[in-house]
Design a protein around this ligand. Structure first.
Ligand code: PMP
Length: 409
């Protein structure tokens, strides 16, 4: 059965507004998705009834709070098919998760002369932490480039992943090119060489069913705000034995085992990597977002977004003077483009005048922009609560903005 989008949109009151006198079309889901009422209710319920600090008190509220926080961890583990909830560390975001892996784990395993393999389409948050690790250790970065279709070049992957590779850090789906990467194949290549695989799950989560074991991820980081949860909460998965090899990078309350005057022992994962009071309400709301997504069904969500993307692709390609980045014959719900000589910021401002929210800029992927011979693009990105009617109005708005600016060229 397909999703009842009219019904679903009732859960997202933010979508029911006018912007510049036009009905809002929210096409900036790759930057952040919207939060439905049941998730906001879960957050509000926690603050109204159960708020207390976790893992500390013995009183009833503290126990309730701890139980819900740990339940949320179990929900995350189940959602991505981790073996054990203790493999899930709560953090702020994908960015924080990837930085944690690079510091806590990367510093333990990477040595001078080792190679860290990235793809050229990485978001800065899966690039700069590895650059910094390479700098600290005297290791080298190698990149998997794009092929002629502007997808990941697997021949190149075979060439650059080799006996010196220690870590392969790759995004599951691009936030620019509209592609999903063959992570399983990459992971096999990496594991054959004894390397570890770190997956940036920011654009996979909430759009595709995720199975960290099947894809062969040793670590997998994601943000709650890309999957209907509030901002400021995220999680990073790591295989149990790898967290055992890692060393905490933040120190303080709750992460210790025993503190003496001159030395301290630490708890194992997850608590050893969650120093201080965590974002308890955020984690509980993340659990509620998982409940919401699972109720709709991740397969249904993926199908719905695939239908929308298939509907939009030929229309966007047919807009005069439009350059679409990434493959031309298939696309995820992410569409990065430029229109004639228009600056993407002008384009996005023009679209906003028509009620359409898109992003413009380098999308935190400057090396990719250079590879694509540009400095910035506009980007429209879909979610399951978008509609074909919105796609039609977006195309109309795009053409209107294009011809408006052309008149002044
Ligand atoms: N990786 C990718 C592919 C992303 O799209 C994003 C968000 N734009 C991030 C990482 C970073 O996510 P956050 O800002 O939530 O840490």
């Amino acid at each position: 059965m397909s999703l009842d989008v009219n019904q679903i949109r009732q859960d997202f009151p933010i979508l029911k507004q006018r912007v510049n006198d036009e009905p809002l079309i929210y096409f900036d889901n790759a930057a952040t998705a919207q939060t439905p009422v049941p998730v906001l209710d879960a957050l509000r319920h926690f603050y109204l009834h159960d708020r207390a600090n976790v893992h500390r008190g013995v009183h009833t509220l503290a126990e309730r709070s701890t139980e819900q926080y740990e339940q949320a961890r179990a929900k995350v583990a189940h959602f991505i098919n981790a073996n054990d909830p203790n493999e899930i560390i709560f953090d702020r975001s994908t960015t924080e998760g990837l930085n944690l892996v690079a510091r806590a784990f990367g510093d333990q395993v990477v040595q001078a002369g080792d190679e860290i393999v990235l793809s050229i389409m990485e978001h800065h948050s899966n690039l700069v932490p590895w650059q910094e690790l390479a700098r600290r250790k005297g290791a080298h970065l190698r990149y998997i480039e794009l092929n002629a279709n502007e997808e990941l070049d697997m021949d190149c992957a075979h060439r650059v992943i080799g006996p010196h590779t220690k870590i392969v850090a790759i995004t599951g789906a691009s936030n620019v090119l509209g592609v999903v990467n063959p992570v399983k194949e990459i992971a096999q290549l990496a594991h054959q060489q004894g390397a570890y695989v770190v997956v940036d799950g920011a654009q996979l989560i909430g759009h595709y069913p995720v199975d960290v074991q099947k894809m062969g991820a040793d670590f997998f980081a994601f943000s709650g705000h890309k999957m209907l949860a509030p901002t400021g909460i995220g999680a990073v998965y790591g295989r149990s034995e790898l967290w055992q090899m890692a060393r905490p990078v933040q120190f303080g309350g709750e992460m210790i085992d025993d503190v003496q005057r001159d030395h301290t022992t630490f708890k194992a994962a997850p608590l050893g990597f969650e120093a201080g009071t965590p974002n308890i309400g955020g984690a509980i709301a993340l659990g509620a977002a998982i409940d919401y997504l699972e109720k709709l069904g991740m397969d249904q969500i993926r199908q719905r977004e695939a239908d929308l993307a298939t509907y939009l692709l030929p229309q966007i390609k047919a807009v005069p003077h439009l350059r679409l980045y990434g493959p031309q014959d298939h696309h995820t719900g992410v569409f990065a483009f430029n229109l004639g000589h228009l600056h993407p910021h002008d384009l996005a401002t023009g679209l906003d005048m028509e009620g359409v929210a898109v992003r413009a800029g380098h999308h935190c992927a400057e090396p990719l922009m250079t590879t694509l011979h540009t400095t910035a693009t506009a980007r429209a990105s879909l979610a399951f609560y978008n509609t074909k009617d919105e796609c039609d109005r977006f195309i109309k708005a795009l053409k209107a903005v294009g011809s408006f600016f052309n008149e002044f060229e």
